[in-house]
Design a protein around this ligand. Structure first.
Ligand code: FA5
Length: 342
C-alpha cells in the first residue's frame, strides 16, 4: 500500500500544480478528498489490512490527506491573490490626482461602456432602442405588473411631475413599448438615464444609467439568460469575472434573480464601493412574467423571454476602477479627461 500512496501523492501534486483556476482545484479536491475520492477510498481500504500494517498505512494516508487539503487551500489562495492583483493593476488606469492637461474634450466613461455593450449585443442579433426619460405611470409601473399601491413601488423613490408623469426610474419602463413595437420574436437592448430620489453615497446616485435587455422567442429559458450575461461580462472585462446569481424579487419577472460580480476595486475584500460586502449588485434579471407578456400583446403560452437591467454606471465604475460614483456626474474634467480616446 505504501507504493500506492506514494504514486497517488505524486499524481496529486502534479495535477494540483497544473490546476490554474479555483474551479479546477475544486474538481481535484472532490476527485481526491470527496466522499468517493481516491484518498477517501484508501482510508476505506484500511479495514481490510492485517493489524501490523494498519497503523503505518493509516499514518501515511492521513499525512497525504492533510497535505492534499493544505495544497488545495494554498493554491486556491494563490490563484485568488493573482486575480486580485490583476484587478488592482487594471484599476490603476484611473488616477484622480492627475492634473488636467488635455485641451480637447473626451468621451464620458459611461458613453464608452455603453458603446462597447451595444457592439457586443448587436453582434448577438440585438437591436438598440431609444426611449424617453419622462414616462407615464403605466409604462414605468402598471404595464410591469406593478399596479397602483403595490408595495414594490416603494423600492424606487420616484420623482413625479405635476402632470402625473414621472422621471423614468428604470429602463424596464420601455419593455411594454418594445414588445408592442416588434412583437415576438425579439431581441433588443435599451440603454437610458434613470432617476430616483436617493441619498447619494459612493455607489448610489440620484441620476444613473441602466441598460435593459429583452429577448422573447419560443423556448427561451434561464440557460439562455445565463449564457448572454456571461458572454457579455467576459467580453466587457476581457478576463474571467466571478459572478453569483441569487434569487431576486421583481414583480415583472418569474423567477427573478440578482446577478452580482466580485468587486474589482477591492478584489472582494470589502470597500466603500461595494459597501464592504466584496460583491457589487450589477445586473438584476429574470424570466419575463406572463402578465407582462400578455400586457405587451404576446401570448405567454407560446412565447417566453428573459429581461435584464444592467447598472451601466456601476459597470463603468468596475471597468475603470472608479471608486466613487459621484465622480461620474460631477463634471470634474481632470477625472473625466483620462478616459478620452479609449
Ligand atoms: C431595476 O431597476 C429593474 N428594472 C431591473 C430588472 C430588469 C430586473 C429586468 C429584472 C428584469 P434595480 O432597482 O435593482 O432593478 O436596479 C438595477 C441596477 O441599477 C442595480 O443593480 C444597480 O446596478 C443600478 N442602480 C440602481 N439604483 C442605483 C443608484 N441609485 N445609483 C446607481 N446605480 C443604481
Amino acid at each position: 500500500m505504501k507504493t500506492q500512496i506514494e504514486s497517488m501523492r505524486a499524481r496529486f501534486c502534479e495535477q494540483a500544480a497544473a490546476a490554474d483556476t479555483p474551479d479546477k482545484l475544486e474538481e481535484l479536491r472532490i476527485a481526491y478528498l470527496g466522499k468517493k475520492g481516491e484518498i477517501t477510498g484508501l482510508l476505506k481500504e484500511l479495514r481490510a489490512l492485517p493489524d501490523d500494517e494498519k497503523k503505518e498505512a493509516g499514518r501515511l494516508i492521513n499525512a497525504l490527506k492533510e497535505e492534499a487539503e493544505n495544497t488545495v487551500a494554498r493554491r486556491t489562495e494563490e490563484l485568488r491573490n493573482a486575480a486580485e492583483e490583476s484587478a488592482v493593476r487594471h484599476a490603476r488606469r484611473y488616477n484622480p490626482t492627475i492634473p488636467h492637461t488635455a485641451d480637447h474634450g473626451s468621451y464620458h466613461p459611461i458613453t464608452l461602456v455603453q458603446r462597447e455593450l451595444e457592439e457586443i449585443f448587436t453582434g448577438m442579433g440585438f437591436t438598440v432602442e431609444d426611449y424617453p426619460e419622462i414616462v407615464t405611470d403605466y409604462q414605468c409601473f402598471a404595464s410591469l405588473n406593478i399596479p397602483p399601491y403595490h408595495p414594490a413601488r416603494d423600492m424606487q423613490d420616484t420623482f413625479y411631475l405635476e402632470n402625473g408623469q414621472l422621471l423614468k426610474t428604470q429602463t424596464s419602463a420601455a419593455q411594454n413599448h418594445i414588445m408592442r413595437k416588434y412583437g415576438p420574436p425579439l431581441r433588443a437592448i435599451f440603454p437610458g438615464r434613470c432617476f430616483r430620489n436617493e441619498a447619494t453615497d459612493a455607489c448610489h446616485e440620484n441620476t444613473f444609467f441602466q441598460m435593459e435587455g429583452l429577448m422573447i422567442d419560443k423556448d427561451i429559458s434561464i440557460s439562455n439568460l445565463i449564457y448572454f450575461m456571461k458572454t457579455m461580462l467576459s467580453e466587457v472585462f476581457a478576463r474571467p469575472i466571478r459572478v453569483r446569481l441569487r434569487p431576486g424579487y421583481f414583480p415583472f419577472t418569474e423567477p427573478g434573480f440578482e446577478l452580482d460580480i466580485n468587486c474589482l476595486i477591492c478584489g472582494g475584500e470589502g470597500c466603500p464601493s461595494c459597501k464592504n460586502s466584496g460583491w457589487l449588485e450589477l445586473c438584476p434579471c429574470g424570466m419575463v412574467h406572463p402578465n407582462v407578456l400578455r400586457e405587451g400583446g404576446i401570448d405567454p403560452e407560446l412565447y417566453t423571454g428573459f429581461a435584464f437591467g444592467l447598472g451601466l454606471t456601476r459597470l463603468a465604475m468596475m471597468k475603470y476602477g472608479i471608486k466613487d460614483i459621484r465622480d461620474l456626474n460631477a463634471g470634474n474634467l481632470p477625472i473625466l479627461a483620462q478616459f478620452g480616446n479609449r
